[in-house]
Design a protein around this ligand. Structure first.
Ligand code: FAD
Length: 415
């Protein structure tokens, strides 16, 4: 069976849904193909920085998400070696482009908010894309159930193991030997934490405790596992992962330790960490003809800056704006003798080229800065511990704000 859609988006994660909603806000229809039979909110929650809130406002869902997630006032960094506070960076300061805004958002709530705003039938579940084929100016998208869809534009938002990125010539993201364990504890009577991001660094580990709202406290833990630890955590059940994290916390208060202890094992997730080497972003094809990639499919990065999901929201808004130029502008001077498909293809390629130009350096910057931040924070060399605790702590935490300070006019949804 063959179906036609002008724009096909592969993947209903943050990036796919943000792109579909941004297109919808500009009056452009799309079809989102999702391999799962429902929205997949893997990873529980994530920190959303100023750039994400500017994008969410452009998408028209900022206000409802604000009501459900607490505003964070700043970031405390502690040493897990001494237990001391090494820096405090306030989030209530102004950036170059206005006020900062930081919250920890539950992934399920975000995905549902994005999906709810889309017209019925935009998301097609249980639709796994297995291959992509050229057909003149169109792409044929083959699904695992044997059906084939035709697209004028194909957008890969299919995450780190993207089929679309592979079709553009990208290799799989490189594993960097680091791992993450995440979880969330729920307190029906209130958790009693201040609305602050608490970051703990030292002894080769890095972890954070962040309240999402009155009851939910999200946490993450990243480190370079030794080969023995790697073997253990890879096959470990969630209870073992929790015990492992508890054994690695270092000097912290009972309240912090309590968050890990209070986390239900079903809430615990393990992930090996990878990234796209930044040079591949500069030299590879973020787009080719009428195909492009966004979100993790384009720029998988380590989670140290907390920008993977935030920049996926940015991608969606900027990509939709670029595509609107192709789909909403009527050509005054169609090329003589060329078909409608041919004319459309020229405009689509030009708008995707524009998108790639706007995103390439941004992705390069976020991947490189995140990698550097993770390296410096997890480095276990004594000299580095000294520098980190005495000199660099506030400087490193400052990257969270500076990299999120995107000019709001770049994220306004006008064609
Ligand atoms: C430990 C950790 C902590 C993080 N913390 C943060 C943070 O604090 N802040 C932040 O902004 N980011 C954070 N991130 C990064 C963030 O999670 C990702 O960047 C974000 O989820 C990427 O969204 P996406 O939509 O591009 O990809 P995904 O969320 O992976 O979505 C891809 C979707 O595509 C679907 N799919 C895949 N293949 C196919 C196919 N062949 N056919 C159809 N559908 C398909 C999948 O089912 C999925 O629904 C963190 C990541 C990790 C690992």
């Amino acid at each position: 069976m063959e179906t036609n859609a002008k724009i096909i988006i592969v993947g209903a994660g943050i990036s796919g849904l943000a792109t579909a909603l941004a297109l919808h806000r500009l009056g452009i229809k799309s079809l989102v193909l999702e391999s799962s039979d429902k929205l997949r909110a893997a990873g529980i929650a994530f920190t959303t920085w100023t750039n994400a809130w500017r994008s969410l406002d452009a998408l028209g869902i900022g206000q409802s998400l604000r009501q459900q997630h607490e505003l964070l006032l700043g970031i405390n960094t502690f040493s897990t070696v001494t237990g001391n506070l090494t820096s405090y960076v306030s989030f209530t300061t102004k950036g170059k482009h206005g006020d900062h805004e930081v919250r920890c958002v539950k992934r399920k709530v975000l995905l549902e908010a994005l999906a709810k705003e889309l017209p019925n039938g935009t998301i097609r579940y249980s639709s796994k894309v297995v291959s992509i084929q050229d057909s003149d100016f169109l792409k044929l998208v083959h699904l695992s159930d044997g059906s084939v869809l035709k697209a004028k534009v194909l957008i890969g938002c299919d995450g780190v193991n993207s089929v679309v990125a592979k079709s553009l010539g990208f290799k799989k993201p490189s594993l960097i030997g680091r791992s993450a364990i995440r979880g969330c504890a729920y307190y029906n009577q209130g958790h009693g934490f201040e609305p602050k991001f608490q970051l703990f660094v030292g002894n080769g580990v890095r972890y954070g405790i962040i309240p999402c709202d009155n009851s939910a406290v999200y946490w993450f833990f990243t480190w370079y596992p030794s080969s023995q630890e790697y073997k253990m955590v890879e096959g470990a059940d969630q209870l073992k992962l929790k015990q492992f994290v508890l054994s690695k916390l270092g000097k912290v208060s009972d309240q912090i330790q309590g968050v890990i202890e209070d986390t239900g094992v079903e809430e615990i997730v393990y992930s090996p960490l990878g990234y796209r080497p930044p040079l591949q972003i500069l030299t590879g094809d973020i787009y080719k003809d009428n195909v492009c990639v966004a979100g993790d499919a384009c720029h998988p990065m380590t989670p140290d800056l907390g920008q993977g999901g935030c920049s996926a929201l940015e991608d969606g808004v900027i990509l939709a704006k670029c595509l609107a130029n192709a789909f909403l502008e009527k050509s005054d001077h169609p090329t003589k003798g060329s078909s409608e498909n041919e004319d459309d293809n020229v405009k689509i390629r030009s708008s995707l080229n524009d998108y790639a130009k706007k995103r390439r350096w941004r992705a390069f910057d976020l991947i490189s800065t995140g990698y550097m931040l993770g390296f410096l924070q997890e480095c276990n060399w004594f000299g580095m511990q000294f520098l980190r605790e005495k000199v660099l702590s506030a400087f490193l935490a400052g990257f969270f704000l500076s990299k999120a300070d995107v000019n709001p006019t770049e994220l306004m949804l006008t064609a």
